[in-house]
Structure formats: C-alpha cells, structure tokens
Write a new protein. Structure first.
Length: 330
C-alpha cells in the first residue's frame, strides 16, 4: 500500500509543469473547482449517504475518510480516454492533494460530530492523518523536480504510475480476498456495498453539474465529472491501515478497495458510452452547418435569378408581347 501510494504521488508530481501551475494560479478556476468538488461536494455526499443508510461509527468513518480524500490519478487516465482537458485534470488532482493537508482533517472533524460519542471517533487520529498527507509531499516534489530537469523521464514515469495504479488495485483486491477469504467480505454490510456503488456515480453527476454551473465547455465538464467521482483510494487505504487500530477498524479497511472497484467500473462505462455515442453528438452540429450552407446557396440562387434572366422573356410575357404586336399591326 505504501509503495503504491509513493508511485502514484511521484507520477502526479511528474505530470505537473511549473509554467502551467503558474498560469492556473493566475486564473484559479481549476483550484476553485478542486476545492468545491473534493472538499465541499464529496464529503457532504459521504456524510448524507452515511446518515441515509444508518451506518455505524466504523463504517461511517471509512466512508467519510474516502469522501474527504483528494482526487486520484485514475481520473487523469479516464480524462485522457474521453478527450478531456488534461491540464485541468492534472491541476485539479494536484491542487486537491495539496489542499488536503488542511481540509481533509477539517472535513473529518466536522462530519464526524454525529458519531462523536463513539470510541472510534474519539480516537480519530487527525494528527496521524495530517502526517500521512504531509509525507506525500516528498514524492510529489521529487516528481516536479524530475519534470523540470528530465522531461522525457517524467513522461515515462507518468505512464508507469497510471497503469501501475490499475494493476496495484487489482493485486490488492485479489490478495486481500485470497488471504482473508470470503468471510471478510461477508462481514461488510450490504449498505456499505450500496454506498460504494452509489457514491462514485453521484460524484460524477455532481461534478458534471458543477462544471455546467461554471459554464465550462463539454470536454471540461467531462473532466470535472471524472475528477469529482474518482478518489485517491491508495491514500484512503494507507490511512485506514496505518493510522487506525486493526481491532477497531475491522473489515472496513476494505471499503476504499470496494470504492475503487466501482469507481473504475463506472468510469469505464462512462468512457465506453462516450466512445459509442459522445462523438456522434457533434454530427448534428455538422449537419446544421450543411443546412445553413444549403440555405445560403438557395438565397444566392434566388438573388441571381434577376441577373440570369436578363434579356430573356417568360412564356406569359412572350404571349402578351405577341398579342400587343398583333394589335399594333391591325
């Protein structure tokens, strides 16, 4: 888990360019979207789902922790597949990771008040969470330095981190299920499975609505949608494993892995739907342009009728001319 987290953060740092970062700071739309999506919408969504499904304090803390995490690198890969704005995607992921140093413990403290009288919440290790978040700055900073000094090496590390993300999640899920058996999964309540299914889906919808509110173009809306629903599950897993007592957290450390499974599957369906139908959405615009072209061509033909008919006589006019000529002759 620790190795996967380091590789992910190193890849994130390698994806950040200082020039782009400076431009985004001068026009902080990406930072503002990251703030609203990751630390306003998602923690509130996790809190409401925990209340709606009446979770106990252990499951609620796991859900709140996952909902308060910054964006994950999976969103960068998925944004690339749906022709999204990669600069916006990377800036949102990096910004939310840095903002998490202060806002993630704050969100946990605010939304855990409902379960404050329970043992787990009273022992909530906010200091350890902050220390874990601070430790992620080292690989991020190293990645930024590699990008500045060795751009080609940084490009390779970005690709390695993106694909290792998917491989690592699959390996973690398989190893956990193999070593601990189906008994562990059987101890997870059905309500937790339902939240793991609904939470990323609702996050994608909230992100798209937020981008629409900001009047962003379609490719940016897809990017913000994926950035909102995709959480840094490696960070969530590491915090649950390394900062909470195992006898208290129990099987709930599996929740981020369940969330990763469903967020990947739903994002994959998102990409598939875009590949099948999204690009065809541009065809009506092209047809509309052709119709406008045809209309303008007809107008030009109508305007050209008087010019082309100059010196010619219509059938009715020709007959009237013959009648006038005959009368004159008579």
């Amino acid at each position: 888990v620790g190795l996967a987290l380091c590789v992910t953060m190193l890849g994130l740092g390698c994806a950040v360019e200082l020039a782009q970062l400076g431009a985004q700071l001068r026009r902080p739309v990406g930072v503002l979207l990251a703030l609203l999506a990751q630390f306003a919408a998602m923690p509130l969504l996790a809190f409401l789902l925990a209340l709606l499904f009446a979770l106990d304090e252990v499951a609620a803390v796991a859900v709140l922790l996952c909902g308060s995490c910054p964006g994950g690198n999976l969103s960068n890969l998925m944004s690339l597949l749906v022709d999204g704005d990669m600069n916006l995607s990377i800036i949102m992921t990096a910004s939310s990771t840095l903002l998490a140093l202060l806002l993630m413990p704050l969100c946990l403290w605010i939304y855990s008040r409902h379960w404050i009288n329970t043992t787990l919440v009273q022992l909530l290790p906010l200091g350890a969470v902050s220390l874990m978040l601070a430790s992620t700055l080292l690989p991020i900073g190293l990645g930024v330095l590699i990008r500045h000094q060795r751009p080609r090496v940084a490009d390779i590390l970005v690709k390695v981190s993106l694909w290792s993300l998917l491989v690592t999640l699959v390996i973690l899920f398989i190893l956990t299920g193999t070593m601990l058996g189906p008994e562990l999964l059987a101890h997870i309540p059905a309500s937790v499975y339902a939240i793991a299914l609904l939470m990323p889906l609702a996050g994608y919808a909230l992100g798209y609505g937020l981008a629409t509110l900001f009047a962003l173009p379609p490719h940016c809306r897809r990017t913000v949608s994926l950035e909102t629903g995709c959480q840094n599950v490696q960070l969530c897993t590491a915090i649950l494993k390394l900062t909470f007592p195992p006898q208290l957290i129990g099987s709930m450390y599996m929740f981020p892995l369940l969330y990763a499974l469903f967020q990947s599957a739903e994002a994959g369906l998102f990409v598939l739907a875009y590949k099948m139908y999204g690009r065809e959405g541009y065809k009506p615009d092209a047809l509309g342009e052709e119709e406008d072209t045809d209309i303008s061509y007809k107008k030009l033909k109508e305007e050209e009728v008087p010019d082309t008919s100059y010196g010619t006589v219509a059938a009715e006019e020709h007959s009237s001319v013959q009648m006038e000529t005959a009368q004159t002759a008579l």
